[in-house]
Design a protein around this ligand. Structure first.
Ligand code: ASP
Length: 444
């Protein structure tokens, strides 16, 4: 058995043990959420220390270096523009496809129809108090505000501050412009490009070491999260809502994206899925696309056959911008909540969900629960149209009705987010393989 298979088995085992221990060893339905939180805290902290922190340590430097290396490898800025356009087109079409799928499914399963929201009110209002500030801020700004802050994030005034604040998007921009400058400077800049290449290789080496911590880290993180919520909450209308999200995610992951990859990328999609299984498992365990990013970059290139030109550029951008799973989940969640409140959404309102869910997913950071917060933007857009019709808007505490199942859904949607990024990198590899020979072959 080779090292890679051993590692995959260990990761799967630790995931399984984490779920079992969380559910049967830690979760206790008879005690309050605070008591459970205390029980699971040490697990959370160990997982964080052993695995999440080392991974996060890599994100910012790796994003910067990998984008610079990717841009230098692409070379010609015109070609970069072409690839950028293709990448964005891919991100937005697949996110829109995911939202439409979610909308179709939730209109078939109708999990919220006939459910009584008042039974969840006390707990939801209480939970809402802890996130009120960020949720309201998201809603007040609306789509325009979210877009503005995204643009501001993209153009940092101080790259060092952007790095220190962990702004992946800011680092992507700085990496792109610096990379272009290096290419255009030609000879005097060549040694710098070589240094960046070396740094990139060394960082990838570090990531291969960190991956070996996954089996330990994943056990602790997953048992803490499952121990916190348990699976019992997957019952009633909320259970049906959760199943609708999971069904949508499975269809998008196993049918829609593979079809695109097969048709446009001429790649065996399921072979590719198996090849990039590690980042998918990490995404599922950590519920963070950003924390998974170092592993995604490493594995897509080493195992998935993605070119440096494509992966180094498509993946860092995708980790914050491209979130198919989040977009789908937001469409289902918002429609579910409005169903509960007895609102029959019009076609125009469904269209506004389509647009705002894509934007809210773009605006969500690659961290746990980010999608839950930016969902306020989608609700806000529908509320506006309700008010125009002279109807009552839906209160924002309703978001917290789905809090109980959110972590589990977060794990699933994050895996789909990362899968969407990986498929994008594989597709763009066809347009930008690493050598001219490969390019000719890929385009043949
Ligand atoms: N956790 C997701 C991610 O990192 C974002 C979200 O939907 O909350 O990709």
């Amino acid at each position: 058995m080779n090292k890679d298979t051993i590692l995959t088995i260990l990761i799967l085992l630790s995931l399984l043990l984490g779920v079992l221990w969380g559910q049967f060893g830690l979760f206790d339905a008879s005690v309050s959420d605070e008591v459970i939180a205390q029980t699971v805290q040490p697990y959370q902290e160990i997982g964080d220390l052993v695995f999440i922190r080392p991974l996060r340590m890599m994100i910012i430097p790796l994003v910067f270096v990998s984008v610079v290396v990717g841009v230098c490898a692409i070379g010609d800025p015109e070609r970069l523009g072409l690839l950028g356009g293709a990448t964005l087109a891919y991100y937005f079409t697949t996110m829109a496809a995911a939202v439409i799928l979610g909308q179709v499914l939730v209109n078939i399963t109708k999990p919220g129809v006939g459910a009584d929201p008042t039974q969840y009110e006390t707990a939801a209002v209480q939970a809402y108090a802890t996130k009120q500030v960020s949720i309201e801020a998201g809603q007040t700004g609306g789509v325009g505000g979210a877009f503005q802050s995204l643009l501001q994030d993209m153009i940092p005034t101080n790259p060092i501050a952007a790095a220190a604040n962990g702004s992946t998007l800011g680092m992507v921009t700085v990496g792109i412009v610096f990379g272009i400058a290096l290419v255009m400077t030609r000879d005097p800049a060549r040694p710098v490009i070589v240094v960046f290449e070396g740094m990139f290789q060394a960082m990838i080496k570090l990531v291969t070491w960190i991956i070996w911590l996954a089996p330990i880290g994943i056990f602790f993180i997953v048992s803490a999260k499952v121990g916190q919520t348990g699976f019992q909450k997957l019952a009633g209308p909320i259970g049906l809502y959760g199943l609708t999200v999971v069904l949508g995610l499975l269809i998008h992951m196993l049918i829609t994206l593979p079809l695109i990859l097969w048709l446009l990328g001429r790649t065996n999609p399921y072979g590719f899925l198996v090849a990039v299984r590690k980042p998918l498992l990490m995404a599922f365990s950590t519920a963070s696309s950003s924390a998974t990013l170092p592993v995604t970059i490493e594995e897509c290139q080493k195992k998935g056959g993605c070119s440096k030109r494509a992966a180094n550029f498509v993946l860092p951008l995708g980790a914050t911008v491209n979130m198919d799973g989040t977009a789908l989940y937001q469409a289902v969640a918002v429609t579910f909540l409005f169903q509960m409140f007895g609102v029959d959404l019009t076609l125009t309102q469904q269209m506004s969900i389509l647009i705002t869910a894509v934007l809210a997913a773009v605006g969500a950071a690659g961290i746990p629960s980010a999608g839950l917060v930016t969902m306020a933007i989608v609700i806000g857009a529908v509320n506006q149209s309700l008010v125009r019709q002279g109807l009552e808007p839906m209160p924002l505490w309703t978001i917290m009705i789905i809090l109980g199942v959110d972590r589990i859904l977060d794990m699933c949607r994050t895996a789909v987010n990362v899968w969407g990024d990986a498929v994008g990198a594989r597709l763009i590899t066809r347009l930008a393989p690493d050598t001219d020979d490969e390019r000719a072959q890929a385009l043949a």
